[in-house]
Design a protein around this ligand. Structure first.
Ligand SMILES: [Zn+2]
Length: 138
């Protein structure tokens, strides 16, 4: 029996493999336009800023800021311990570069909008890593 909470596994495709598998090397990766340096998430076939198709995965620092969160008490996923924290985080690399994720290793009472976070990876399946976020010491 695994002590890891059950999570719904992502569907890994060639377009999003860099994102789900980067945690194996400790890197959170997003697509980045090689023409104008815009970061792109979720993955898209072309850059929304300049329409270039020259996109490549690049790692971000893994630092982020809490934009908003919600405490979920609904047992949407059988066996998943409740409550859990769903969050939207934004990365300093680019305004608007955001990710919906889960907050871990923190008490609800200690959460504040804007608090600094850092990525931690949870291996969900062989080679697939979920990027989750925990409070970062400043
Ligand atoms: Zn571009």
């Amino acid at each position: 029996m695994s002590d890891k909470p059950f999570r719904i596994l992502p569907r890994v495709t060639p377009e999003n493999e860099h994102f789900w598998c980067g945690g194996g090397e400790g890197e959170l990766r997003f697509l980045r336009c090689q023409s104008c340096t815009t970061w792109i998430h979720p993955p898209a076939p072309l850059c929304p800023a300049c329409e270039s198709r020259d996109l490549a995965p690049e790692p971000v620092s893994g630092r982020a800021q809490l934009v908003t969160y919600t405490e979920n008490h609904q047992p949407w996923i059988p066996g998943f311990p409740l409550p859990y924290l769903i969050a939207i985080v934004e990365f300093p690399e680019q305004k608007g570069l955001r990710l919906t994720t889960n907050l871990v290793h923190c008490e609800v009472d200690s959460i504040a909008i804007g608090m600094p976070l850092r990525v931690v990876f949870e291996e969900a399946d062989e080679g697939i890593y979920l990027p989750l976020f925990e409070p970062a010491e400043i």
